[in-house]
Write a protein that binds this ligand. Structure first.
Ligand SMILES: [Zn+2]
Length: 134
């Protein structure tokens, strides 16, 4: 199974556990780290809407908790034509991005499109000037 197939599998599994009673829009995400480890997350909504978290944030938290720091690729999956990380999550991904971090959009049928993080967030906020080139 290729790394992308594994990301799809993990994101699908995480999506099944999404807590989205308000939007009914379940999202799963899976990260491939520089060390070839995979971490997943799902969206977790809250009655107080701003308290909710995106699937990407959950996957990043799991990655950090395990001691990993570099995102080689992140796949985001939902039951929709094309899904991308929100602006907030793009910035979160940028914090742990590598020079060629890939953002993969997927739905229940499979991978829809691959992007470089720099295409989606060309001017991220960073204390390291070179990170804006990602
Ligand atoms: Zn988000």
């Amino acid at each position: 199974m290729s790394a992308e197939e594994q990301l799809l599998k993990f994101a699908r599994q995480a999506r099944e556990n999404a807590y989205a009673p308000y939007s009914c829009f379940a999202v799963g995400a899976a990260i491939l780290t520089a060390n070839n480890k995979i971490f997943s997350g799902c969206n977790v909504e809250n009655a107080s809407f701003p308290c909710g978290t995106c699937a990407e944030a959950g996957a990043i938290s799991a990655m950090i908790a395990a001691g990993e720091r570099e995102i080689a690729a992140i796949l985001v999956l939902a039951d929709t034509e094309n899904i991308l990380p929100c602006g907030n999550c793009l910035q979160k991904i940028a914090e742990f991005a590598m020079p060629n971090t890939t953002v993969i959009s997927a739905n229940l049928s499979g991978i829809v499109r691959r992007y470089r993080l720099g295409e989606l967030l060309p001017q991220n906020f960073s204390l390291e000037p070179n990170k804006n080139d990602k």
